[in-house]
Design a protein around this ligand. Sequence first.
Ligand code: ATP
Length: 249
Amino acid sequence: MTVATLEVQDLFVRYGKSIVAVQGASIEVREGEIVSLLGQNGAGKSTILKSIAGIVAPLSGTIRYGETDLTGKGAPRIPAGIAYVPEDRGVFASLSVGENLRLGAISRRDRREIDADVESQLERFPILRKYWSRGASLLSGGEQQQLAIARALMIRPRLLLLDEPTLGLAPIIVDLIFEVVQQLNAEGVTILLVEQNAVRSIDVSDRSYVIQAPGRILGSGDARQLADNPEVVEYLGFSPLGGETERGK
Ligand code: ATP
């Protein structure tokens, strides 16, 4: 299998005529990495993820995943090998946990392997086994997030796009989600993570992009590179190597 790099170049996205959501963003995610997109509300992080997942159409720029051009005409809406977990989790409220999980594999034909994958997701997220027959609408936010990630994994993605997976969740579930992100990455899944929790994200990521509205990349790199960028430190309100700025206090 060839190595597949995700390359987003000079991305511009507008909503309607006047709302500029992304302005010339370029990001790269190499196979095997965890990369995060950080920034305040409305910075354009989700829009970048939605552009990669084929949910919004960019005005200009290119998105390539390995050999596949995702921006050209006829680009697949959700490209093969990529799974996307939206910010609202997108679980089917009227279906049970088990039905949601199995739906993740709807495009697969290898029935026996599907059963094995269901089992491995239930091992990863024991709460889903406990609530297998329960309606998804009855799950808590943290349980729904686990279901959403488990369902995305049922397509056996090489690249997982996660939009704010810890938003509004209790600290113990936030810990669990960050652990799962690292565990999946150790199993070979490449991860592009949109997060508000900058400290935790920088810690688990190979590289982070700091994005400022409207969708402009202020800086990128590992903790040290980000800490060396005064604009980034000022915007984040803390130094990724420790210490707060006046704003972050
Ligand atoms: P958050 O952390 O709040 O989710 P974000 O960094 O992910 O923010 P986006 O959701 O990408 O930011 O939004 C970028 C800009 O685009 C914001 O100004 C937002 O109001 C606007 N926007 C997002 N979705 C739409 C939409 N469907 N229609 C119009 N404007 C939108």
